[in-house]
Design a protein around this ligand. Structure first.
Ligand code: LFR
Length: 490
């Protein structure tokens, strides 16, 4: 059986998965999982990239010690938009910033004085958001110019990590499509945008297609880990693109939802869809593993609940998954709703206070208990996905009949059931480890073991369990939806 390593590194934890393929079925085994949180210091949020790199090597070592000596290749996927800067001697210049840095908002507003949101969207097809690389770069130019002056090369996070393993500097297509620096439908950096913002136009390492080989693991790494050289493959290095590669979408009426800290919801398209409606609804066009696109909206996902857990832990009333489910069941339904994507929830000091403030200001009952809070969050998330489905149908002009949910957040079966209820559509949930599986699929295709994405999705159907949820209580949910729209002003 052949084996590859898939590193799937998310904004709350990272993991190494071993994917094996016997020619008929795919197998997945977790080798090591580690926590990954942005670190807050001196008023900024950073990624602890050295710690991530160390944990990755530790994971490889563990895998080798477990007897997996013969590994064909490795691939790395991460969240989008963030990057590291290298000096001209190839050293990492600073700890990469996290996209949750509050300064990016200011940077974006200033950048938009030089190029309008409409013009940027028309060029790139990407939603204007403060987290995008283009605005992070502008923020850097304004608020930390010395760093930018010393930088010779920019690598996006997964490609930065790949560089640390193989020494090659390139930016893979799917992750590059999260920067808002590619012209829609093109694959090289758009100098026009960079020049308009007076940003260096030769900083970003060249882009490369997905499903290509970046290089071989460095001998110093091989020695340290005690392994033979391993190919480093440019799989879909954006976690969302990898996740969608692994969702067994059946036809053009299937919607994807990649569910984690964020929930990315949309449909695959041949070419970027650029229109006023798309822009106004806050949709975006990002790249897929097969060099095409996905029309999607980036939404709030488990972040709200994750941040409440931080507060609960601080107060010594920690919950776990089962307890949260029980508390949800015990709390009354449809009491108060929030718009989960309201800017105030992006990175507040205390998520619970923020949610309570929203409910108070909109004259709804204020969630006081943990159960009421969990209800408010999960019902609001599901109702927002219902709102999104309507938008997506309007934009595509299609009746979208089925929703495929994948990613770690589908462990929360309540969220899956509520999504079926709020959208009125069947939900097919699985696989949970969608990003890691998609990452491995990219490698299997690049290695010539799997023919294409279609075959890969068939393999996923045959190899991993899927769970089906049918819509329930439709009258109550439709009524709740109307109240949700009223209170959130959507
Ligand atoms: C999900 C994700 C989203 C992106 C967000 C920030 O993990 O990659 O696609 O919008 O993180 O980069």
């Amino acid at each position: 059986m052949k084996k590859v390593w898939a590193f799937d590194i998310g904004a709350s934890n990272g993991r190494l998965m071993l994917s094996s393929f016997d020619g008929h079925k795919l197998y997945l085994e977790e080798i090591y999982r580690f926590s990954n949180q942005p670190v807050h210091l001196t008023g900024h949020y950073y990624w602890n990239i050295l710690s991530i790199f160390t944990k990755m090597k530790k994971a490889m070592q563990m895998s080798v010690q477990q007897g997996h000596q013969q590994i064909e290749s490795m691939g790395i996927d991460t969240w989008g938009a963030d990057f590291g800067l290298l000096s001209d001697t190839g050293e990492l210049l600073a700890n990469p910033y996290s996209y949750r840095n509050p300064l990016n908002d200011r940077g974006m507003n200033e950048a938009l004085q030089h190029i309008s949101a409409k013009e940027l969207f028309d060029i790139t097809g990407v939603e204007t958001a403060a987290i995008n690389t283009v605005f992070q770069l502008y923020t850097l130019k304004k608020y930390n110019p010395a760093l930018l002056d010393n930088a010779d090369m920019l690598l996006l996070t997964p490609n930065l990590l790949a560089y640390l393993f193989c020494g090659e500097k390139q930016n893979e297509f799917t992750i590059s499509s999260t920067t808002q620096l590619l012209r829609a439908g093109e694959t090289s950096w758009n100098k026009q945008i960079l020049q308009r913002l007076s940003l260096p136009d030769d900083l970003l390492a060249p882009t490369t297609a997905s499903l290509t080989i970046a290089g071989q693991s460095l001998s110093v790494i091989n020695r340290e880990i005690g392994m033979s050289p391993v190919k480093v493959i440019n799989t879909a290095s954006h976690d969302t693109a990898s996740a969608i590669a692994a969702l067994p979408l059946e036809d053009q009426y299937s919607v994807f939802m990649s569910c984690g800290t964020w929930v990315l919801m949309g449909v695959p398209v041949e070419r970027p869809v650029i229109s006023e409606d798309v822009m106004e609804s806050g949709f975006t066009n990002e790249g897929t593993i097969d060099g095409k696109y996905r029309l999607q909206k980036n939404n709030m996902g488990m972040w709200l609940l994750q941040q409440c857990r931080v507060s609960w832990e601080r107060e010594g009333i920690a919950t776990d998954f089962n307890k949260e489910n029980q508390l949800f069941e015990e709390a009354p339904a449809f009491r108060s709703f929030i718009n989960p994507d309201d800017q105030r929830f992006f990175n507040p000091l205390n998520m619970m206070t923020e949610i309570q403030g929203y409910c108070k200001e909109t004259q709804q009952p204020v969630p006081a208990t943990q159960g009421e809070m969990i209800r408010c969050i999960l019902e609001s998330l599901a109702l927002k996905y219902g709102w999104l489905l309507h938008r997506l149908e309007k934009l595509t002009g299609k009746y979208l009949k089925r929703i495929h949910m994948g990613g770690g957040a589908i462990r929360n079966q309540t969220l899956c059931q509520l999504t079926a209820n709020a959208t009125g559509r069947e939900v097919v949930a699985g696989p949970i480890e969608a990003s890691a599986i998609g990452n491995a699929i990219g490698q299997w295709i690049a290695l010539g073991e799997v023919k294409d994405l279609k075959q890969a999705r068939q393999l996923v159907r045959e190899s991993f369990p899927l769970q089906y949820y049918q819509p329930q209580d439709q009258i109550k949910w439709q009524e709740a939806y109307q109240r949700f729209e009223r209170y959130t002003g959507l």
